[in-house]
Design a protein around this ligand. Sequence first.
Ligand SMILES: Nc1nc2c(ncn2[C@@H]2O[C@H](COP(=O)(O)OP(=O)(O)O)[C@@H](O)[C@H]2O)c(=O)[nH]1
Ligand SMILES: [Mg+2]
Length: 307
Amino acid sequence: MKQELDRFALGQLLSRLANAGPGEAMSLVPPLRPGMHGRRIGMTGAPGAGKSTLTGHLALLRAADRRLGVLAVDPSSPHTGGAILGDRIRMDDLRGIEDLYIRSIGSRSASDGLSDNLPEMLDVMDAFGFDEVILETVGVGQAEVAARSQVDTLVLVLLPESGDVVQAMKAGIMEMADIYVVNKADLPGAHRMATDIKRIAALSRYPEGAWRPKVLLTSAEQPESIQVLSDTIDLHQEWLATSQDQRTREMNRARYRLRRLIERRATQVISQLDHSVLDMPIDAQLQHVLKEILDQEAGAIPSSNRL
Ligand SMILES: Nc1nc2c(ncn2[C@@H]2O[C@H](COP(=O)(O)OP(=O)(O)O)[C@@H](O)[C@H]2O)c(=O)[nH]1
Ligand SMILES: [Mg+2]
């Protein structure tokens, strides 16, 4: 039996993380035992594509037999708590579902559509025993790439008639997502777009044993379409369990975290430089900045958490 979910403690910890600097963020994550990692599903796509609506429906389906968390990174609503996503779920629907936790977080300074301390927030979800976390992020270019490294299964939610996406796919980034969803299937153009994407997928070459991206049509008005999406996510998870790329994914995740960390520290140090440093030759500036970062590091992280 799992320990009861302490929503209050979790909420507090996520709030502290949302406002923490890089050093503090790492010290806030409780130690994780091996095997404590839940599944991570990313829902990304342009604003208005219907991600929150779809995520809400999906969450209700998938929370029936597991502890499910939803983190929605919503740059437009840093202060609305769970309201944005919560609005899309009726309280009636939540009856009988005990272990569903939904939370909106602002994206702060992260330019890639993810929140600064998202890797740590996801670790916290693991520490609180979530079997699965659905991560909603606004995807525009860089964001899909960033979300990619943080989740196991990435769902790209598309609007009918967003032809630029189809163009981008033709240029060969079909491996961007695991599942392509043309949402709002009730609107004109959706079926046509799904057919176009399927055609592109059929033309792409995949190595032996690779996952072939799936293309689905969904609509908030068609519950069975959301069931199919949920089943397809399960299918991808099953494929992951047998695939050889687990190490590669773990390394990409670690790389993203490390890069973000260094970027944030460097940005902070560089923003505080004055003429005394900026007038130096560039290699001296570099030396200075690297030393500053190292000095800060020595002070910021408790030794027990050092890598
Ligand atoms: N026609 C139609 N509209 C939808 C559907 N799903 C969501 N919407 C509407 O699209 C708008 C944006 O939805 P939202 O879930 O907030 O999109 P997000 O910005 O991607 O999270 C809202 O007005 C929704 O009511 C759908 O399946 N069909
Ligand atoms: Mg949304």
